[in-house]
Design a protein around this ligand. Structure first.
Ligand code: G16
Length: 558
């Protein structure tokens, strides 16, 4: 029986503007009549008929509340728009790195990912949808701007209502829509990704290291997010770890009430357990599996900046890089510059991009970048076009196996060799939007005045002289596209930096991010909070943040 396509009249919704990585709103908003339908139709319209008609798309998400409903809508609207085949994770489950890997290994035309990443889940919390292109990476600005423009004028969406697929049942579902074939393959959520990890890392060596005669003591925490099944397959079934090395490995629609953001505040249970116990490594991943946090014995915290720099330094102990060679490094602008020192030592190019993994894609596709990261707990390589939490943990295991040293020793040796980029980030979450916008405008006006350069600020016995104040802009070296207003930078004569920007991943209000960095060549064993205190005070003074936000303390300190 041939199913028919129905055009449903609709009207635009305000605010369907994708942020740093897709559209993120409260579940209640996505559940409004036609809201998700409109947005999915705009994704397909932005991709254009030639990229949709007969196309293969990957569909999945992080298991959060509303996932199954959204996947059902996506299937019906893809059918209505002439998509040829969908690869859908069983029960809708696919981590963000797994979607990227599947797009690439199936040479698919793209993918639709249902995730609000590290934002909390459940009926009262967040949902999100984003589109990844045929290179496996998040859609670039030009694409998402087009989606947004379309969302403001949408008049109808196309849907095939008679399609019902059992998401639990692995297998092929064939339909005929207007005389053309439409296939929905329900696939194993983890198999393809696990195979990729086995190609990248030496699982034989890692297995002997993890579960040999002196088993490694690990605490791998999936925070009830999507990585649970991946963690169980990789660490337990493949590497031989015992059950007590992994925790929170069942993806839950509300993440069991946890905030699935792997940082020192929200992964507190992991931090406390690793502090108290005798673990060699602690690791946590976010809701959709692209972020990671790495802890050493006694919860020694590896900043994402240092994590990236250390992996860059030991890049040769990962078989993937040995085989494919090393082609350049990159970090986002707010990320501390520890990586740059390694790049210099290795004679590698290093790029400074705006916040957002999407800015790495072109460089990777052009073979100028193979390893990159962001201060926001993202680390990854050109094996896919997303950051990859489990990949980062396996990279650290590889370095530990290679050096036979503890995580703390590895980091301290790194600082001795290269000096240390002290770094901290203050987040002021869910502030009122209008005063935050005003603060950013006023701060930009202040720091871009010609007489700002050369001014001196003193605090805690330290004096810093302004070298540069600007709003960061980036021109993509591959396609020449320009991204402006990517964050306010105050750079001092000694290289220290204050960076301030508004987050693009929240679902309501404004989250202010304040990033502070200072480099020390020899004084490398201090406490970051103490070392950076004067600069933090100067940042608060220059920006007048407490006045604008009404906040005297950040919500999260990293
Ligand atoms: C997303 C992006 C990252 C970005 C992060 C933080 O991460 O993929 O590239 O660094 O947001 O963005 P913001 O500072 O604007 O909140 P995720 O893990 O949320 O997808």
């Amino acid at each position: 029986m041939t199913l028919t396509v129905r055009s449903v009249p609709t009207t635009p919704f305000e605010g369907q503007k994708p942020g740093t990585s897709g559209l993120r709103k409260k579940v209640k908003v996505f559940a409004e009549k036609n809201y998700t339908e409109n947005f999915v139709q705009c994704i397909l319209d932005a991709a254009g008929e030639q990229a949709v008609n007969g196309a293969v798309l990957v569909v999945g998400g992080d298991g959060r509340y509303f996932l199954k409903e959204a996947v059902d809508i996506i299937i019906k609207i893809c059918a209505g728009n002439g998509v040829g085949r969908l690869l859908v994770g069983q029960n809708g489950i696919l981590s963000t790195p797994a979607v990227s890997a599947l797009i690439r290994s199936n040479k698919a035309n793209g993918g639709i990912i249902c995730t609000a990443s590290h934002n909390p889940g459940g009926p009262e919390n967040d949902f999100g949808i984003k589109f990844n292109c045929e290179n496996g990476g998040p859609a670039p600005d030009a694409f998402t701007n087009k989606m947004y423009d379309l969302s403001k004028v949408i008049k109808e969406y196309k849907v095939v209502e008679g399609i019902n697929v059992d998401l639990n049942k692995i297998g092929t579902n064939k339909f005929e829509v207007n005389g053309k074939s439409f296939v929905v393959d329900i696939i194993d959520s983890v198999a393809n990704y696990v195979e990729l990890m086995k190609e990248i890392f030496d699982f034989g060596k890692l297995k002997a290291f993890v579960s040999g005669s002196k088993p490694l003591k690990m605490r791998i925490d999936a925070l009830n997010g999507v990585t649970g099944p991946y963690v169980r397959e990789i660490f337990i079934n493949q590497l031989g770890a015992t059950d007590d090395n992994v925790v929170h490995t069942i993806p839950l629609p509300d993440f069991g009430g946890l905030h699935p953001d792997p940082n020192l505040t929200y992964a507190k249970d992991l931090v406390d357990t690793v502090s108290a116990g005798d673990y060699d490594i602690g690791a946590a991943f976010d809701g959709d599996g692209d972020r990671n946090m790495i802890l050493g014995n006694k919860a020694f915290f590896v900043t994402p900046n240092d994590s990236l720099a250390v992996i860059a330094d030991y890049v040769d102990c990962i078989p993937y890089f040995k085989k494919n060679g090393v082609q350049g490094f990159a970090r986002s602008m707010p990320t501390a510059a520890a990586l740059d020192r390694v790049a210099k030592a290795k004679g590698q190019e290093v790029f400074e991009t705006p916040t957002g993994w999407k800015y790495f894609g072109n460089l990777m596709d052009a073979n100028r970048l193979c390893l990159c990261g962001e201060e926001s707990f993202g680390t990854g390589s050109n094996h896919i076009r997303e950051k990859d939490g489990i990949w980062a943990a396996l990279a650290w295991l590889s370095i530990m196996e290679h050096t036979k040293k503890s995580i703390e020793e590895i980091c301290k040796e790194h600082w001795k060799k290269y000096g240390r980029n002290y770094f901290t980030r203050y987040d002021y979450e869910e502030c009122e939007l209008a005063p935050c916008n005003q603060m950013m405008t006023d701060l930009e006006n202040l720091i871009t005045k010609p007489d700002f350069v050369g001014r001196e600020f003193s605090n805690g016995g330290k004096t810093y002289k302004i070298k540069l104040g600007d709003n960061f802009g980036y021109t993509d070296p591959i396609d020449g596209s320009v991204a402006t207003k990517q964050g306010l930078r105050i750079i001092f004569e000694d290289g220290s930096r204050i960076v301030m920007r508004l987050s693009g991943t929240g679902s309501s209000g404004a989250t202010v991010r304040l990033y502070i960095e200072a480099y020390e060549a020899t004084n490398v064993l201090g406490a970051a909070a103490d070392m950076l205190k004067p600069l933090i005070n100067i940042a608060l003074e220059i920006s007048q943040l407490p006045k604008y936000t009404g906040r005297n303390a950040p919500t999260v300190i990293t």
